[in-house]
Ligand binder design. Structure first.
Ligand code: AMP
Ligand code: ZN
Length: 140
């Protein structure tokens, strides 16, 4: 069994203890329909190895996960034929993460569906200038 954290809701979906509507599966990842969809076909992709965030995965696992996300998108494209996608994940509580098992959200998008883009997630640039932030990157 790859899923190992018995209290984790997404590990329980992985083992079949909690049912879910599967969209795609391979050796390292499982994709299923989100129970509270924000778009028709809203899907989450989880790695089969439990980790809270992408920082808890090995480089190899992250590479495999990216491939699984792409394959899931291809499957959604084939079945639902959306006009576009938004793909991303909420990282930590500040980023809106609720379930502590890394999961990548895939939102199928349709022209004139009244949704926004990634840019609408946060519109608070703070007081520090771009130049100042760039300097901090140069210093470290
Ligand atoms: P996040 O805020 O990124 O942690 O999102 C967690 C997502 O998991 C939400 O969109 C939930 O609707 C979804 N979710 C929680 N429980 C289930 C479940 N049992 N089956 C499918 N999706 C779920
Ligand atoms: Zn888990």
């Amino acid at each position: 069994m790859i899923f190992s954290v018995v209290t984790c809701i997404f590990c329980k979906i992985g083992t079949g203890e909690i049912p879910a509507h599967k969209v795609y599966e391979d050796d390292s990842a499982l994709a299923f329909l989100d129970i509270k969809p924000h778009a028709g076909g809203h899907t989450v992709v989880i790695p089969k190895k439990h980790g809270e965030t992408v920082f808890d995965l090995s480089q190899d696992d992250v590479q495999k996960l990216m491939l699984s996300v792409t394959k899931t998108m291809q499957r959604i494209q084939y079945v639902l034929n959306p006009d576009g996608f938004n793909v991303g994940w909420n990282h930590n509580t500040a980023g809106g993460q609720v379930v502590p098992h890394l999961h990548i959200h895939i939102f199928p998008r349709y022209l004139n569906d009244n949704g926004g883009s990634m840019h609408s997630i946060i519109t608070n640039p703070g007081n520090e200038s771009v130049e100042n932030i760039a300097k901090r990157f140069q210093k470290k």
